[in-house]
Ligand binder design. Structure first.
Ligand SMILES: Nc1nc2c(c(=O)[nH]1)N[C@H]1C(S)=C(S)[C@@H](COP(=O)(O)O)O[C@H]1N2
Ligand SMILES: [Mo]
Length: 247
């Protein structure tokens, strides 16, 4: 779990979502295309409308070149399958021992076709990579290349409903967080399964982590296991408990 977002941050999230809700409104009067939920049908109505409408407002995080790639510490949970740790997950340990062949991410909530996606399913989507600087709130930064699938593309394929405003996500080590649709559909927001040209290492969140390049490090949640699309903002975690030392 992570610390509660500040009021300012939360208000900003709400304001962003309201604005975005307005942008997505035209889809309310449009029936959902029958191809919703079919992984390889990504050129359908809402996809097109959403991308064309949302992209212009989204500034890209700076991208770097291969020579800028730096060493990269692993922070917080480094292996939810480690039974000596308080964040231990027996389920994760089993999945890890099986090379994540049985890993599936659950996608549910305000979507037309809730379901489970395996790593192979995610890898059917177009692959994208970028080299970006990760900034941790504790005061360090590091540069790496991340490879994965656009979160927006996945959400469109499961048929995100017009009422949707937030994307909540959860991990095997008990973390929960959320982003608004503007961040979820940001072109650099990906479900990452690769780092620096290799499979995502355990300590960096295997098999799949979130990468939200426009935000501080803790938004890039490792060890993902569930995504829930919601119409309302949900509060997560214990407001009195902070895992971080803060800066
Ligand atoms: N599930 C989970 N995700 C997490 C964390 C964590 O402990 N558990 N730490 C966060 C923080 S504070 C940072 S800075 C980055 C660190 O990613 P890294 O370990 O790959 O460097 O992951 C974020 N995502
Ligand atoms: Mo962090």
């Amino acid at each position: 779990m992570k610390k509660k977002p500040s009021l300012t941050r939360r208000d900003a999230l709400k304001a962003g979502a309201v604005a975005l809700g307005g942008l997505l409104l035209p889809s309310c009067s449009t029936p959902l295309p029958p191809t919703y939920g079919k992984i390889l049908r990504m050129s359908d109505n809402l996809t097109y409308v959403a991308q064309r409408t949302l992209l212009p407002g989204q500034a890209l995080a700076k991208e770097y070149s291969y020579s800028d790639i730096s060493s990269f510490p692993a922070l917080g949970t480094v292996d939810p399958g480690d039974s000596s740790k308080e964040y231990y997950s027996e389920e994760y340990e089993k999945l890890r021992k099986g090379g994540f062949a049985d890993w599936k991410i659950k996608i549910e909530g305000s979507v037309a076709n809730p379901g489970y996606y395996s790593l192979a399913d995610l890898q059917l989507f177009p692959k994208q990579s970028h080299i970006t600087r990760h900034t941790c709130e504790e005061g360090w930064t590091a540069i790496a290349q991340w490879t994965g699938v656009s979160l927006g593309t996945v959400l469109q394929s499961v048929g995100i409903l017009p009422s949707a405003r937030y994307v909540n996500y959860y991990s095997y080590d008990g973390w929960a967080d959320s982003i608004d649709l503007m961040d979820a559909f940001h072109p650099q927001t990906i479900l990452a399964y690769g780092m620096n040209g290799k499979n995502l290492p355990i300590q960096h969140g295997a098999p799949v982590r979130m990468r939200v390049e426009t935000q501080i490090g803790y938004k890039s949640m490792k060890f993902l296991n569930k995504i829930v699309v919601t119409d309302e903002f949900s509060e997560f975690g214990d407001p009195n408990w902070s895992w971080f030392t803060g800066i």
